[in-house]
Design a protein around this ligand. Structure first.
Ligand code: NAD
Length: 292
């Protein structure tokens, strides 16, 4: 690291709060080192109050860009100069690119989700997906899947504050893409079971199953799943969630946690900043080799 940093090093940030637990600095700095790129990636504690000055600093310091995470993904939008069309549809930004003082916002969570399936040789384009959740991750996944050519998405959400967001996601997908989206109450278990039964992929983006809720899952009965389908949990701590165990009991062949998505959202941002492909397999091995 020390050998790599000099007077020409280009800085990329990560602005969120809390953020010190993030794996992104390790991921990006190792990828820069592997490719011999003169960049450095640093995490900064930035909440909503500090966000305007922090974004201005990207211009002032001529940083190449930044990742943005909670609680800033929506709040950052009015502070930028341009928005990528997908980020506009999702209504959130997780990556900023600075081109000579012009800041453009992108969202790479949804493309990371699609790419992680491509990496496994799985194609959900033209298929039906049942998706639980319509928060930050669920919105990015739904919109990007629809843009990429998924034929039908049944979105299930609790009647909580994100219900309105679920409605918005369904409307925007039906208006702006060829995908047909429908909204369902997650409390209706019969409907939930039936929609999963007619889907090629079930994706849970609710965070249920994540520590400290690791004993919970929205699908408790293995009979809801078929061996020939995909079950995807956006959670990656723990590595095997309760949902994934239920799917494994059902003999589901393709069961995934959120690590691949996390890695690929980073790779997408890496490419936006550097123009280079992140050495994804090298990083996967480096960061997650204890999972083997
Ligand atoms: P969020 O708070 O924005 O949204 C949470 C969603 O889950 C909402 O739709 C809410 O209604 C639903 N939900 C919450 N508790 C529920 C319950 N008990 N029953 C039913 N629905 C419930 O959160 P987010 O930012 O979208 O993150 C969700 C999960 O996705 C987290 O576990 C996060 O770690 C993970 N995530 C993973 C990646 C990745 O790259 N793998 C990226 C982003 C988020």
């Amino acid at each position: 690291m020390i050998e790599r940093i000099d007077g020409h090093t280009i800085l990329i940030g990560l602005m969120a709060y809390p953020i010190r637990h993030s794996m992104s600095p390790t991921m990006h700095n190792n990828a820069f080192a592997k490719l011999g790129l003169n960049y450095a990636y640093l995490a900064f504690d930035v909440d909503n109050d500090r966000l305007p000055k922090a974004i201005d600093a990207i211009r002032t310091l001529d940083m190449r860009g930044s990742n943005i995470s909670m609680p800033n993904k929506q709040k950052v939008i009015p502070l930028l100069d341009k928005l990528d069309p997908a980020a506009k549809m999702v209504g959130a930004v997780n990556t900023i690119v600075n081109d000579n003082g012009i800041l453009t916002g992108y969202t790479t969570d949804g493309t990371g989700f699609m790419k992680s399936l491509d990496d496994e040789g799985l194609n959900i384009r033209g298929e039906k997906m049942t998706l639980a959740g319509a928060g930050g991750a669920g919105t990015a996944i739904a919109i990007q899947a629809a843009l990429a050519g998924v034929k039908e998405i049944s979105i299930f959400n609790a009647k909580d504050p994100s219900w309105e967001n679920a409605k918005r996601n369904v409307d925007i997908i039906n208006e702006k893409t060829d995908c047909h989206a429908t909204l369902h109450a997650i409390e209706d278990k019969t409907d939930f079971k039936n929609e999963i039964a007619s889907s090629y992929i079930y994706c849970d983006s609710t965070g249920v199953g994540m520590k400290p809720l690791e004993d919970m899952t929205l699908v408790e009965d293995p009979n809801w799943f078929r061996p020939d389908m995909i079950v995807f949990d956006t959670v990656y701590a723990p590595r095997t969630t309760k949902l994934m165990k239920i799917a494994q009991q059902a003999g589901v062949k393709h069961v995934f946690n959120g690590l691949g998505m996390m890695l690929e959202q980073g790779a997408e941002a890496f490419k936006l900043w550097t123009g280079k492909e992140m050495p994804v397999e090298y990083i996967r091995e480096l960061l997650f080799s204890e999972d083997k």
